[in-house]
Design a protein around this ligand. Sequence first.
Ligand code: RIB
Ligand code: CA
Length: 311
Amino acid sequence: MEKRKIILDCDPGHDDAIAIMLAGKSPYVDLLGITVVAGNQTIEKTVRNALNVCQHLNIDVPVHGGCGQPMIRHRQMIADDIHGKTGLDGPIFEELTRRAEDKHGVNYIIDTLMESDGDITVVTTGPMTNLAMAMRMEPRIIPKIQEIVLMGGSMGLGNVTPAAEFNIIADADAAFVCFTSGRPITMMGLDVTRKVLCVPQVVERMDKIKNKASQLFVDLMRHFNKSQKEVFGWEGGPLHDPVTIAYLIDPSVVTLKAMNTEIDIRSTSSYGRTNCEFFNYNKKEANSNVAVDIDVEKFWDIIEQGIRNYQ
Ligand code: RIB
Ligand code: CA
C-alpha cells in the first residue's frame, strides 16, 4: 500500500501530540511537514510543543508556525483547562534545540501543494485557520488537495457549547471555507472520538511497551485523563486527534457516511455547529464523509503498533 503523503496541521495539545507520534514513524504515512496553529494554547506554545514532541521522538520533519488567531472572530480561544499552562502539561522534555522553519505555515501549505502532483492529504487537528487562509491566499491549491481529513465537529453534542466542538467554534469561518471548498473532506467528530476513551487499562497496556514513545504516551495521558475527568467526568480522555491518522493507516477503523455538512457561522447559541444532514430530509448534496462509528479495538491496536514503531 502506497504511503499517504500528508501535511499535519495541529495545535499540540496532548491528543495532537499522539497524532504526531502515530504519523511520525508509520509505514503507511509520509509526514511531509507539520504546520501549527493557535488553539489548545497560544501559537508560541503550540509551536514549542510540536518541536518538543518531534525532538523527543526524533521525528525529522519541518515544523512551521502558522496563524496565532482566527480569520475573523476577535478572540482566540484556548483550552488550557484541558491541556494546561504550557498546552502540553505533564511530560518533562530535554532542552529544546529544534527550531521552527522561517517560512510561515500558511506559505508552507501553499508552496507544498503547488509543487505537488495533487497527491497530498491535509490533516487538521486544530482550528482550520491555516488551511482556510492558504485557500484564500492561493485558490489554485484547492484542486491540488487530495483530501482534507479533520478532527472536528459533531453530529451530536459539542464540547465547548451544546452545539459546537472546539476546533470548529475556535474558527468557524475557517471551517466554513474548508467545507465549502469542494474538496473531499472526511470529518472525525466527537461522535466517534468520544468512543475511544483512554481509560487506565489502555494506559497500562501502552506502558508495557517500555520505549520512549510509550513513556511519552503515559506522561501525556496522565495529565490529559486527569483534566478530562475534572472537566467532563470521563474515566479516560477521548483520544480525538489520532483518529485522523488511524483512518489513513487503516480506513476500515471508522465507518463513514456521505452527507451534507454546513458550518453555522450566523447564529449565536449555535455558532460553530456542524449541521450534518444524517437523514438528508432536505435532499442536500453531500459535501463530506462523516465518521458515524469506530472500531474501538482496531483503533487501540493501531495506537499500540504506532508506539511500537519507535525503538
Ligand atoms: O474538541 C477536541 C479538539 O480540540 C482536539 O483536536 C483537541 O486537541 C482540541 O484541539
Ligand atoms: Ca487538536
